[in-house]
Design a protein around this ligand. Structure first.
Ligand SMILES: Cc1cc2nc3c(=O)[nH]c(=O)nc-3n(C[C@H](O)[C@H](O)[C@H](O)COP(=O)(O)OP(=O)(O)OC[C@H]3O[C@@H](n4cnc5c(N)ncnc54)[C@H](O)[C@@H]3O)c2cc1C
Length: 327
């Protein structure tokens, strides 16, 4: 591993001062579950790492009927937090499925949302792909069974964060802080497609930190979250979905459908949402909405199976939101 400096600030201001406007020169360190692995694999080689765990908040505070979560909060604490689970059950459901207990005991909210793609070409130092400043994505002509079926091109990574999907569904806003001050960015505008920015997956500048997640009051919504993993292992899901529905009696008044692991960003499906509005949830209406969710899918040579997996995840998340028993 390349030698690097280690900085251990105790407040947000000092942490920001230790960062650099140059890409990957100085990097924030949360639980290190992603960054340290990339450094050991020579994929990311910063001159300085800035531990943000003592500099950023790790608590949950009430905020305008919703909650404000500090970016240094550990995933295990998110998964076990009574108010998060009560107000935003899909966030609790996503957090408890992340990796293993060991990973959840180290990983932070800020690190989870900003972790880099798991694409095996990106993670291999031999392949200088778009994400590393190269001139190609190796997946279309290569091994692409876990890559994007929606929103891909010219890079076909899928977004790796499980937390990002329910965060987007619940309308979270991220507080970012940098040398010029703070800015509030809705989760829906935070994550970027490769055609918007090839190197990075979000709008965070290299000298900014994600400091808080601000969740609005959840309102009267029912939620369903469903993840499909290979052999139910601790590995990342193959596809998953968070669905939020507000009902008028038994009729769907409004819906939010967001899919994970299918696209380079958490993928919201207005098509599925429209298919649900005005309907009563049954196996048939849930299946029709799930079909709508993947209508625009463009699988690569080896990942057509993900279309069916994503469809199943959406359908079962809808049924869960409606309180109908699923597998
Ligand atoms: C076997 C295995 C299975 C896994 N399964 C899943 C899964 O199902 N779902 C899932 O979501 N993840 C999964 N993970 C990934 C793991 O959850 C992430 O690596 C972890 O959440 C990252 O958090 P961290 O705090 O350790 O991040 P770090 O490694 O510390 O940081 C990750 C990145 O974010 C940046 N960063 C850290 N904090 C901030 C901040 N506050 N502001 C801005 N940038 C920041 C860092 O510079 C780095 O680039 C899995 C990992 C393994 C090894």
């Amino acid at each position: 591993m390349k030698a690097f400096a280690y900085v251990n600030p105790t407040n947000e201001k000092d942490a920001i001062a230790a960062l650099s406007p140059q890409l990957e020169q100085a990097m924030p360190l949360g639980g290190g579950q992603d960054l340290l692995a990339r450094m050991k694999d020579y994929v990311t080689q910063p001159d300085r790492i800035v531990n943000v765990k003592s500099a950023l908040e790790s608590t949950v505070t009430p905020s305008g009927g919703g909650l404000r979560i500090g970016a240094a909060m550990k995933m295990v604490d998110v998964a076990e937090h009574a108010e998060i689970r009560r107000m935003y059950p899909a966030i609790g459901a996503a957090a408890i499925e992340v990796g293993t207990p060991q990973i959840r005991n180290q990983a932070t909210v800020g690190g989870n949302l900003n972790q880099r793609p798991r694409c095996w070409y990106y993670r291999n130092e031999e392949f200088v792909c778009f994400k590393k400043g190269g001139d190609r994505c190796f997946s279309p002509a290569g091994e692409n069974q876990f890559h994007a079926i929606l929103g891909g091109g010219p890079s076909f990574i899928v977004h790796p964060s499980s937390l990002a999907v329910p965060m987007l569904a619940y309308g979270a806003t991220f507080r970012l802080a940098g040398p010029k001050g703070e800015r509030l960015v809705p989760a829906a505008d935070y994550f970027t497609l490769p055609r918007q920015s090839l190197r990075m997956e979000n709008v965070l500048a290299p000298d900014e930190l994600l400091t808080h997640v601000i969740l609005p009051a959840p309102g009267n919504v029912k939620s369903g979250h469903y993840e499909v993993r290979y052999k139910a292992s601790h590995d990342w899901p193959i596809a998953f979905a968070t669905v939020l529905i507000s009902f008028n009696g038994s009729t769907v008044q409004s819906a939010k459908v967001v899919m994970g692991a299918v696209a380079p960003i958490p993928w919201r499906s207005p098509e599925a949402e429209q298919a649900l509005v005005g309907k009563t949830i049954t196996e048939e209406t849930a299946a029709a909405a799930a079909e709508a969710a993947i209508r625009n899918a463009r699988p690569l040579s080896q990942n057509a199976y993900k279309v069916d997996v994503a469809k199943t995840a959406v359908k079962r998340a809808i049924l869960r939101a409606a309180g109908i028993q699923t597998a």
